[in-house]
Design a protein. Structure first.
Ligand code: NAD
Length: 515
């Protein structure tokens, strides 16, 4: 019997011993920077001439590492290796597959600060955010392992007197995992181990900005005992390798997390049946968000201001769940805005390797340019109240930015910026606030700060998001506690870290015997 699932506690960095341990991990990782990582295909390490160079977004001069880069030929080889390995892997005892996840979780737990230190360097995450990212990855392994054990015998169905009916789940086959850079460990890990534990074989294509931490994780999976060909590590260009993997007739399942545009492209391409393909592909697509914190008239305004800050500026607003819109009842609008501006001006922006940094850099030059472009648009659509400046001389730093009096239809109210920018909009009343909250094409997360229970009840039905939070921020879902995923153009309604998630990676089979 495995112990019941409990989420991995976060590290308390007020404890001197923990701070010292984290500093030591940062030193260790700094000493390792610049190393090269090969591809992994069918258990074989492959080095390519072309490489992806991963740099530290807080210090462009610093190379975190390089990785070999897959092309179409290598991707083809990897698909064939995964297809072959599937024949054995699919018959593994589900408990044994779960055991591999528990072992991998134990290895990561022992090296937890090292993985988090890699995230500091590769993704620009401040300590707390990096620590939470690794904890979430551990959670996925612990949670999905237990879920698989629960599902291993299928579900009960009825049988008539002279028959025996059984209903159980079996894996699908070759799975392509395409992950984003913003939860470079947690999402990469979760969307790799969910297909693995359910008996599928995986081709992992991590985001090009954060391939090193993924390479380190693949080493852990190998150490835990995942057989050759069951996990394949093939970073490469989205348009070249990504399209090829999505189109391939042997691909059965695609699990993608990333932007709306790439998600739609994958969804459309996967729908096409190619020569030699004898099945319809399944796609799990988790996409963007434009998430709202609603502040009601009857609310704790200090709490509201604090939660708007956490929602908007945690990891520089680079979360799909980031609260990039604050919609505030007109009677308390000025008070909340003033409090938020005040708190924003106190936030520290700098090197995420320093324990005192609240916000590190944004991920790369393209993100920096895009966000600064949105700030310029925002200045024409509303009133700049805080921040608004950026500096990309050493790394990609942008001050947390507050723009007030923005029309609900304005671009910065509608489009995902994916940076530290929050737009304030004024609502006439609660109905109007809900109407604004629902007026984007996304439906991922939302928060309502209120002391009015009737309004909470209204929001429970009418605030159309996959993850709705009352009197707290709209980020930071915990695996097994707040299953995560959105509606509308935020994705395919899957709920990562939830009790239904593994079913998306399997197909159900009915076997009926007459006696
Ligand atoms: P992205 O869409 O640019 O890239 C995601 C992944 O897709 C990367 O690995 C990339 O290489 C790959 N890719 C690009 N083109 C491809 C193609 N043609 N075929 C196959 N793969 C391709 O997203 P990103 O910048 O890495 O991540 C940020 C986005 O992810 C934001 O929109 C954010 O909201 C979203 N996100 C969503 C969730 C969620 O759970 N809903 C979680 C995290 C991030």
């Amino acid at each position: 019997m495995v112990t019941p699932y409990r989420h991995e506690p976060f590290t308390d960095f007020t404890v001197e011993e923990n701070r010292a341990a984290f500093q030591a991990a940062l030193k260790q990782v700094e000493a390792e920077l610049g190393q090269h990582h090969d591809l992994l295909v069918g258990g074989e390490r492959i080095k390519t001439d072309e490489t992806i160079v991963s740099i530290n977004p807080a210090n462009k001069e610093q190379v975190v590492g390089t990785v070999s880069k897959a092309n179409r030929d290598i991707a083809e080889k990897a698909i064939n290796a995964a297809d072959e390995a599937f024949e054995q892997w699919r018959k593994w005892d589900p408990e044994a597959r779960a055991g591999l996840l528990f072992r991998a979780a134990a290895i990561v737990r022992r090296r937890r600060h090292e993985f988090a230190a890699y995230l500091v360097k590769e993704a620009g995450k401040p300590w707390k955010e990096a620590d939470a990212d690794v904890a979430e990855g551990i959670d996925f392994m612990e949670y999905y392992g237990r879920q698989m054990i629960e599902l291993k015998d299928g579900k009960p169905v009825n049988s008539r007197p002279i028959e025996h009916n059984r209903y159980f789940y079996q894996p699908m086959g070759v799975t392509v995992t395409i992950s984003p850079w913003n939860f470079a460990f947690a999402i990469m890990c979760g969307t790799t181990v969910a297909p693995l534990v359910t008996g599928n074989t995986v081709l992992l294509k991590p985001a090009s900005a954060t391939p090193v931490v993924a390479a380190k994780f693949v080493e852990v999976l190998q150490e835990a005992g995942v057989p050759d060909g069951v996990i394949n590590y093939i970073p490469g260009s989205g348009s070249e390798v990504g399209d090829f993997l999505v189109d391939h007739p042997k691909t059965k399942l695609i699990t993608f997390t990333g932007s709306r545009d790439v998600g739609i492209r994958i969804w459309e391409r996967a729908a096409k049946v190619h020569p030699g393909q004898t099945h319809l592909k399944r796609v799990i697509a988790e996409m963007g968000g434009k998430d709202t914190v609603v502040v009601d008239r009857d609310a704790d305004l200090d709490l509201a201001a604090r939660e708007i800050i956490v929602s908007a500026f945690g990891f520089s607003g680079q979360k799909c769940s980031a609260g990039s819109r604050a919609v505030v009842h007109q009677d308390v609008y000025d008070d909340v805005l003033e409090k938020v501006v005040h708190l924003t001006n106190d936030l520290t922006v700098g090197d995420p390797a320093s324990p005192d940094t609240y916000m590190g850099p944004v991920i790369d030059q393209a993100a920096f340019d895009k966000i600064m472009g949105y700030i310029e648009i925002g200045k024409t659509e509303g009133k700049l109240m805080a921040g608004g400046t950026g500096d990309d001389t050493k790394g990609y730093f942008i001050r947390p930015t507050v723009i007030a009096d923005v029309d609900p239809e304005a671009r910065i109210m509608q489009e995902e910026i994916f940076g530290p920018v929050v737009a304030f909009g004024k609502a006439r009343d609660f109905d109007h606030a809900l109407e604004i909250a629902n007026n984007t094409e996304y439906g991922l997360t939302g928060a309502l700060i209120t002391n009015n229970r009737a309004h909470m009840e209204r929001a429970r039905h009418d605030f159309h998001v996959g993850n709705l939070y009352f009197n707290r921020n709209c980020t930071g879902a915990i695996v097994g506690y707040q299953p995560f995923g959105g509606f509308k153009m935020s994705g395919t309604d899957s709920k990562a870290g939830g009790p239904d998630y593994l079913l998306l990676h399997m197909q159900a089979k009915t076997v009926s015997e007459m006696f």
